[in-house]
Design a protein around this ligand. Structure first.
Ligand SMILES: [Zn+2]
Ligand SMILES: [Zn+2]
Length: 290
């Protein structure tokens, strides 16, 4: 099992990516949640292009993969889970939960810190919300995410198998919960107790700042409920809400690869962060009562 994962890691991940992309693309065509504001031909080459670019950048810039680092950590006994020598059946779920918490906290951080929001807004600037939105991140944010993940592996001490499972799971759930797909309301209500659903994550892609700063989870939905960032539905409803970022509405820029790569470098540093609202008047976000 271990040899299989180590030798074929790239092929395994690529197969899951392509397989889930195909399933979600078919589901989106058969039962779309919202009409597309832009066709696939206008967005997909750039959204998938940045995924290919990121794969090359990570390979070139980083000296190790997450799985390889976990292997070294295990040999050396680094990290909490190795320190306490937990049995595999307990260590695997704990590792998955701990890594997912790190991803949640990192996501809150990239919304809160102005400089990091500039990178992360590439993910949010997509004018439509579908399976490919889930994979579009600026290369600098991808490298930063990888460095945080490597640091988390050193501290947590997951097994290489746990890291491999986590990477495939995170990728799979991110593609699922960005799907422009329709789920029966009752199914969505139950499912969002165990995994972030498309309706739950779509709230996070609203142009409204209080909605964008909600539902940061990518995988497990519990963190948002636990830390107070959970929001059930968008005010405008899923059909009526506007996706994207105010002030970045030109498809030729936000949904084309050169524009996406340049997006972090546009505008003032203070353009937007979690506590620096520039467009909403106080009475709109905090209605005065009485
Ligand atoms: Zn976000
Ligand atoms: Zn997203």
């Amino acid at each position: 099992m271990r040899e299989l994962i180590l030798i074929h890691e790239s092929a395994i991940r690529l197969s899951f990516f392509v397989g889930i992309l195909a399933v979600m693309a078919a589901w989106e065509a058969l039962a779309p949640r919202r009409p597309a504001s832009l066709g696939r031909w206008a967005r997909w080459p750039s959204n998938l292009g940045i995924v290919a670019l990121n794969t090359v950048v990570v390979r070139l810039l980083l000296p190790t993969t997450a799985v390889s680092l976990a292997l070294v950590g295990e040999r050396e006994g680094w990290g909490l889970l190795h320190h306490f020598a937990l049995p595999g059946w307990a260590a695997l779920p704990l590792a998955l939960i701990a890594l997912d918490l790190v991803v949640y906290l990192q996501h809150v951080m990239v919304h809160a810190v102005p400089l990091l929001w500039r990178l992360h807004r590439v993910h949010h600037a997509d004018l439509h919300f579908d399976v490919t939105t889930g994979a579009r991140f600026h290369p600098i944010e991808i490298v930063l995410s990888m460095l945080i993940k490597l640091a988390a592996i050193l501290v947590i001490g997951p097994s290489p198998e746990a890291v491999a499972v986590f990477e495939v799971l995170l990728n799979a759930t991110a593609m699922f919960n960005h799907g422009n797909v329709r789920l029966p309301a009752a199914v969505d209500r139950w499912l969002r107790w165990i995994v972030v659903t498309p309706d739950m994550h779509r709230v996070h892609h609203s142009v409204e700042d209080d909605e964008t700063n909600s539902n940061f989870g990518f995988n497990l939905p519990w963190w948002d409920r636990l830390f107070g960032t959970y929001r059930d539905q968008p005010r405008g409803g899923h059909a009526g809400m506007t996706i994207g970022i105010r002030g970045f509405r030109d498809p030729g820029q936000v949904d084309r690869l050169p524009g996406m790569l340049a997006l972090p470098f546009r505008g003032k540093v203070t353009d937007y962060a979690i506590n620096r609202r520039q467009w909403a008047r106080p009475e709109q976000t905090h209605p005065q009562k009485g």
